[in-house]
Design a protein around this ligand. Sequence first.
Ligand code: SF4
Length: 369
Amino acid sequence: MDDFKVTPWDVEGMVDYAKLIEEFGTSPLTDELLKKTAELTRSELPMYFRRRFFFSHRDYDKVLADYESGKGFFLYTGRGPSGPMHIGHIIPFFATKWLQEKFGVNLYIQITDDEKFLFKEKLTFDDTKRWAYDNILDIIAVGFDPDKTFIFQDSEFTKIYEMAIPIAKKINYSMAKAVFGFTEQSKIGMIFYPAIQAAPTFFERKRCLIPAAIDQDPYWRLQRDFAESLGYYKTAAIHSKFVPGLMGLEGKMSASKPETAVYLTDDPEEAGKKIWKYALTGGRATAKEQREKGGQPEKCVVFKWFEIFFEPDDEKLMERYHACKSGELLCGQCKRELIERVQEFLKEHQKKRKEAEKKVEKFKYTGEL
Ligand code: SF4
């Protein structure tokens, strides 16, 4: 019996990622594939790949082969607009931006305002449309290439319906139920939704690569069951681990537990207070004990946040690790340093978010390239 659970709706416990690869039937993102990525892009790999925040894949080897042979590929990712975005939501977008920049490929970003309305009992359609606009600003602020990035909101991009119809004829109820766990009470809109979500994987007659957290993988397994029968490629994916919330390494940062998350629109001062108050460390009971025994970075959320996003320099990350282990660095100072990084990031992001208001139209996908 596993002591963790990963589904598209829920992540619980301390995830054993090697075990997850076996359970989901994906493949590990090997040194060889990463070396090939660096060679093909003639670039140093970003920390997300060097440190195996992205750790698993489906058919990424084929994506690289298609790129090398000149067939090319495209990227697709998305966001369910049910509320404000937090740091855990945005990190995979930074990794996606790296892929887009280095491979020079098109990127489609689906904003699923219809899905969130259907699946979240308490949200109105107006709510999800409002959050869609709000979340789009955060996504644009990441700095995507406006000539190669196409953002569309399902409720506005009605052409997607036409594309979803042939797909809807390929998915039967039991296939969808196996992934989404539908019951007698499920709304009929929910049952149709997998067809809408799969449609962007067919936007181009090239292989589609989806960078996303691994809990989203079940959705794409469904696409892989029927894609070839419609004359398209099975979608490829690279999977990230989860960004933990402030209060522990188990599960993932969750919008349903606001005190565990730092939102992109949080006031930097308030975000600092939240981190100071809630971030779990691997520190000892007293400063004296910590100086003697050293801290435990492997159990520490503060260290994890540095590792995932807030310390891009590998050498400095190792220095922090050793300073912690030796007892030279104490948690108060370490937390303060993280707070500074997070605040700098938030200020910069919020500035770009403001500028994004003028760019929304430029990123809108109309169905024409
Ligand atoms: Fe974590 Fe830093 Fe404390 Fe070490 S010193 S346990 S890395 S907060």
